[in-house]
Design a protein around this ligand. Structure first.
Ligand SMILES: [Zn+2]
Length: 118
């Protein structure tokens, strides 16, 4: 839940918790990745075997790592709304690694942050 903070000027500011901020970042990265996947879908004739440079969805504000997934691999991750594709080792304490490969890992988000996704 948001933290209500009374500030000196008299109005109340809503400060997202760390988990919410992280989940928001993940949602933003995910939206960007979906655009990458969608754009390639219409412009490339060989979408099944070529990998796409996607943004690591670990949700850390200062992580700008890219991971390489094929469109099919990314769509497999997206089958579950709680699943994210990240650079291996980037999982947070509230994320469970469900699968790990050379190029990327799949984590399942648990706990408070999940409600912000979607
Ligand atoms: Zn990352």
């Amino acid at each position: 839940m948001p933290v209500l903070l009374a500030v000196s000027s008299g109005y109340v500011e809503i400060v997202p918790t760390r988990e919410e901020r992280r989940a928001e970042n993940e949602a933003i990265f995910r939206a960007g990745n979906e655009r990458i996947v969608h754009n390639r879908e219409t412009s490339s004739t060989d979408v099944t075997s070529s990998t796409l440079p996607l943004i690591c969805e670990c949700g850390s504000a200062d992580c700008m790592d890219t991971i390489e997934l094929t469109r099919a691999e990314y769509e497999a991750v997206r089958q579950n709304k709680a699943h994210f594709a990240i650079e291996p080792g980037h999982q947070d304490k509230d994320e469970i690694v469900v699968d790990e490969f050379d190029r990327y890992a799949i984590v399942e988000k648990t706990g408070k942050g999940l409600s912000v996704v979607d």
